[in-house]
Design a protein. Structure first.
Lengths: 270, 271
């Protein structure tokens, strides 16, 4: 009785285990990519005026654009501003977030303001910033910082709030002072949150920079894209767009590498 | 050996290191323990056993100053304990290692927080890593080590500050049975090299009898000291101690004391 049940159950189980073999990730991705690119190419050829960007013209524009001094200056200017703004946002956002996460009083007094600023679209502060700082790179930096800092603050605060009690207990038992607990225990324990916030912040910083350039008409990749699309050089503009996407990918890879290199313990604790 | 033997006996060398007087503690309306009185000699191991939830870990945290107590007082040497003080080190059940620090950095933590000069840290850290048998793992991260090795590291961190009081909070409860036994004898070896006052909280009766010079049995809700059993086993304690006829007798005695408490607790619940 018992054995017949087992025998009957066995083939069903093994059939479940032998799931149909899925194709690798490469081919499905490749085919979708080809379909999208070809679709774009032919739809634009049939239906759009000749200056509208299509894959073939964008491709042909790349060698021309990447040696164009105007393009290089624009890219350099945007990247430098993003790097500067991100660095400032990272340092101040981290410190602010640590205090926000660990101090009940601080949390109560400024918590809601931080949430409010985080929810505020960065586009709406641009007109104000341009009044305060002028139509200048300073306004762009301010926008980048505004765009980036709150996601760092909120993530670091979350991380600081959820530091395992054991770590705090150990640091108290060894009589660590408050600053050493904050920067020696709470900060490293919050690193995963900080990284998540930083990745969000990087994307938002890039958006902030481009929007500021659109609005302020100061030199940069955003302005380059705007200028070229308005002068019917859509393919050139598109190279700029692709470059922005590439920055996103590169940044992601950089964070991944840095995590593996400098935080080997991350995702492997416990 | 004779020196160690006499030294290990309770109260033999003058003043006790730790004095707990009339200690009581509440968590809100819940009274955890009351009227706790005991001393720990300068070279004495006192084991505290009791059923789960009897407040033995809370008591230990009060002695360390991690938790405040409500009534009574705790003296370590001449210092009244209200917060963690120098010269007292604690080993945690959860190890409490920082995952972002290597073994060396974890061991150095207590020394760094105590403000020890760099040269002293550089000299002491390898010494204590070697003492606990972790030589060769200086640059390993906690996630790369077994539970037993992690607790060796936690022990080295506590010993490195050269405390005169060691507080052990069920330090071997989170490791497997074989490792636990190995670590018990390692601890005895280390203690014989560097004797201190030690309070050892455990729920293993064998462990309490093997390590302790006295075993305190906590009882009741709120708990108080039900009985203090002097463990008159020959020093130094080794593997042979486990075969000693007296060991079985003492283990039985602690066991029956604890079980009487368990039966009473059951009875109280049924009512």
């Amino acid at each position: 009785m018992n054995s017949s049940v087992t025998v009957a159950a066995a083939p069903a189980a093994s059939a479940k285990l032998a799931a149909p073999r899925l194709p690798g990730t490469f081919w499905p991705r490749f085919i979708v990519g080809v379909v999208l690119v070809l679709g774009w190419e032919f739809i634009v050829r049939w239906l759009a005026p000749p200056y509208v960007a299509k894959p073939s013209t964008v491709l042909m524009a790349i060698p021309r654009v990447i040696v164009d001094p105007a393009f290089l200056t624009a890219t350099g200017s945007t990247l430098a501003a993003v790097a500067e703004g991100l660095a400032i946002a990272l340092v101040f956002g981290t410190v602010f977030g640590l205090f926000l996460g660990r101090s009940r009083l601080f949390e109560r007094s400024v918590g809601h303001y931080v949430n409010g600023f985080f929810a505020m679209p960065m586009v709406v502060v641009l007109p104000l910033f341009s009044l305060w700082f002028g139509y200048s790179p300073a306004t762009r930096i301010a926008t980048i910082i505004f765009a980036a800092i709150f996601s760092i603050v909120m993530n670091v605060a979350d991380g600081a709030r959820s530091v395992p009690r054991e770590y705090l207990e150990v640091s108290r038992a060894y009589r660590a002072n408050k600053m050493s607990v904050l920067f020696g225990v709470v900060l490293p324990a919050s690193m995963p949150y900080l990284l998540a916030g930083f990745r969000l912040a990087a994307g938002r910083a890039l958006i902030g920079a481009v929007i500021a350039e659109f609005f302020l008409s100061i030199g940069g990749l955003g302005y380059y894209i705007l200028y070229n699309s308005r002068s019917y050089k859509h393919s050139e503009a598109f190279v700029g767009v692709l470059l922005l996407a590439a920055f996103g990918v590169c940044f992601e890879l950089l964070v991944f590498w840095a995590t593996k290199r400098f935080m080997p313990w991350y995702r492997r604790e416990r | 050996m004779t020196q160690q033997q006499t030294a290990a006996k309770a109260g033999d060398d003058g003043e006790p290191r730790i004095r707990v007087r009339g200690l009581g503690k509440h968590y809100g309306a819940l009274e955890v323990f009351k009227n706790i009185n005991f001393d720990v000699g300068k070279r004495e191991i006192v084991a505290i056993v009791g059923p789960s939830g009897c407040g033995k870990t809370t008591l230990l945290r009060c002695i360390d100053g991690l938790l405040p107590h409500d009534v009574g007082e705790i003296l370590v040497g001449d210092t009244r304990v209200t917060e963690p003080i120098a010269g007292v080190a604690m080993v945690f059940q959860h190890f409490g290692l920082f995952p972002w620090k290597t073994v060396s950095e974890n061991v150095a933590y207590g020394l760094r927080m105590a403000g020890a000069p760099k040269a002293e840290i550089a000299r002491k850290v390898p010494e204590f890593i070697k003492l606990v048998g972790l030589a060769g793992f200086e640059n390993a991260f906690p996630y790369q080590m077994s539970g037993g090795m992690q607790q060796r590291c936690g022990l080295a961190r506590a010993l490195a500050v050269e405390p005169n009081v060691l507080l052990m909070d069920e330090p071997f409860a989170a490791v497997d049975a074989q490792t636990r036994e190995i670590l018990q004898f390692e601890l005895l070896r280390i203690w014989q090299e560097r004797p201190t006052a030690m309070v050892f909280v455990t729920h293993s009766i064998e462990e309490a009898v093997l390590l302790g010079h006295r075993v305190i049995v906590l009882k009741g809700r709120p708990s108080s000291i039900h009985e203090t059993i002097t463990i008159d086993l020959p020093e130094p304690r080794t593997r042979e101690t486990l075969q000693h006829p007296r060991f079985a007798v003492l283990r039985e005695r602690v066991w029956s004391t604890l079980m009487a408490e368990a039966r009473e607790a059951e009875f109280v619940l049924e009512r």
